[in-house]
Design a protein around this ligand. Structure first.
Ligand SMILES: Cc1cc2nc3c(=O)[nH]c(=O)nc-3n(C[C@H](O)[C@H](O)[C@H](O)COP(=O)(O)OP(=O)(O)OC[C@H]3O[C@@H](n4cnc5c(N)ncnc54)[C@H](O)[C@@H]3O)c2cc1C
Length: 447
């Protein structure tokens, strides 16, 4: 018998692992581990945790609908796995292989090292498969023939398109019903029960309800309009993408045949690029140790997080995030640059805050974007790039609609005054910009 463990792939169609398992022709036991480490510190009540658990609920429904069983256990993954392997050991339904999809964060690598050991200790193979990227990084490296890896997005993007033109990564038609079900019922001791009730989490909405209208009406305008956040011109599909409810292959295949899809497809390449960097750039998760960030301070962090900086566009964005878990990309850039540059706060604090709050939080994508905004790492904004949140607000939200929506105290301001820093703003934008440039010049140049 084979064991498949779901992680960031909460769907029942178009999974690389299902193709592989179908080929084996053997019965499969399906498991999802609610990882006690990832759900610690009340994460199950934060937007990012809620998004994940709502997708777990949806997945359970999909299994039920297909007449299949999804086993759920809460705890440390290697402990859950050891228990399961042991309970079938020596019997007719012994598990001889554990199949997962590869994941590239430091925590995930360490977790998978432990899972591999737990599997091998009990004589089972451990098979990690690639599912989350459009391009297979090893095959891509061979295709480019490049010595080392791409550190900058533009040349990566060009090669990425070339690669996919000659090695398309089509969605798979394999689904749960194509796999043979394992007719066994593992015994789960009480200690593997989650400390919360999954029934409290309403199944996640359907990604198709967002993707379809966007592909039909929005994609061609995405490049020009994405930043005009009051019009909400982006797809909004990302919370489903990061839970793995829809595969990246599906998004690419559906988008690429549309006119005017280049800019949106470019964003899919960005997603792959950050994953690629997480694989090849040894410092990707360690830049905070590589640079000397001791000149930075957390003095204004709390006010930023609460949306109490006195800069309306920042406060509106942070309050939207706190309440809904959503924040359009342009506002993420403004908030991240404001925190790291104007407030001279270490990027890791903002990164961690987004970890809890973003509905579409993803460790690799979040880090890549925070590094970019903080001018750290190989692919980042130059250290002297400090955008002015007020002029950006005037440009992208000319009537101040977004501000008024989230800061009702400013509802009577006119389209001109609504953007302006309040009297009690925690920093002066001009002075803090100049100071940030000096500080980041030293950080980046290492002096
Ligand atoms: C400081 C900061 C933090 C961020 N944190 C995250 C995060 O935790 N998780 C996350 O997935 N994205 C993150 N992003 C990237 C981006 O903001 C979101 O991917 C985007 O807002 C999702 O919007 P959407 O659902 O409308 O997708 P669309 O805008 O319609 O884009 C479609 C797809 O393209 C990809 N994409 C779009 N923009 C980016 C980008 N800048 N980088 C990488 N991929 C992108 C996503 O996979 C998305 O599903 C962050 C950006 C910034 C500036």
């Amino acid at each position: 018998m084979k064991l498949f463990i779901h992680r960031k792939d909460l769907r029942t169609e178009d999974l690389a692992a299902f193709d592989y398992l179908r080929e084996t022709g053997e019965p499969v036991l399906h498991l999802l581990i609610l990882d006690s480490f990832l759900l610690k510190k009340g994460r199950e009540q934060e937007h990012s945790g809620v998004n994940f658990l709502r997708h777990v609920s949806r997945l359970r429904k999909l299994y039920d609908k297909a007449g299949r069983r999804l086993h759920l256990a809460y705890g440390e993954p290697e402990e859950v796995l050891s228990h399961l392997l042991k309970s079938f050991e020596g019997g007719e339904s012994e598990i001889d292989e554990v199949v997962v999809h590869r994941d590239f964060t430091p925590y995930a690598r360490e977790r998978d090292r432990k899972l591999k050991k737990a599997a091998q200790d009990r004589g089972a193979a451990f098979t990690p498969l690639l599912d989350t990227l459009m391009v297979d990084p090893e095959a891509f490296a061979e295709f480019t023939g490049k010595d080392g890896y791409y550190k900058i997005f533009a040349p990566f993007h060009k090669k990425w398109l070339d690669y996919l033109a000659q090695a398309p990564n089509e969605p798979s038609s394999t689904s749960l019903k194509d796999l043979q079900a394992a007719e066994v019922d593992p015994d789960w001791p009480k200690r593997f029960d989650p400390p919360f009730d999954l029934d409290d989490y309403e199944p996640a909405d359907e990604w198709e309800d967002k993707l379809k209208p966007f592909l039909e009406d929005g994609i061609a305008e995405y490049g020009d309009k994405r930043d005009y956040y009051p019009e909400l011109p982006a797809s909004g599909v990302n919370p489903h993408v990061n839970a793995g409810a829809v595969s990246i292959r599906e998004l690419y295949a559906r988008a690429i045949r549309r006119d005017g899809s280049d800019e949106w497809v470019r964003q899919l390449a960005f997603r792959d690029f950050y994953l690629y960097l997480a694989i090849y750039d040894e410092d990707y998760f360690a830049y905070e140790k590589k640079y000397d960030l001791s000149a930075l301070t957390d003095e204004h962090y709390e006010r930023w997080a609460k949306g109490e900086t006195g800069i309306p566009v920042i406060d509106a964005a942070m309050r939207e995030l706190n309440e809904t878990g959503l924040m359009p990309n342009r506002l993420r850039i403004l908030c991240a640059m404001f925190l790291t540059k104007n407030l001279q706060c270490p990027f890791t604090l903002g990164e961690n805050y987004f970890r809890r709050k973003l509905l579409d939080y993803d460790n690799v994508q979040n880090r890549g974007n925070w590094l970019w905004c903080a001018s750290l790492g190989a692919n980042s904004a130059p250290y002297f790039r400090v955008v002015n949140p007020v002029t950006q607000s005037e440009k992208y939200d000319p009537n101040g609609e977004h501000i008024r929506q989230w800061l009702p105290e400013l509802k009577n301001e006119d389209a001109k005054t609504v953007h302006k820093p309040r009297k009690d703003a925690i920093v002066d934008l001009k002075a803090s910009r100049a100071a940030a440039i000096e500080t980041y010049k030293s950080i980046v140049n290492g002096n």
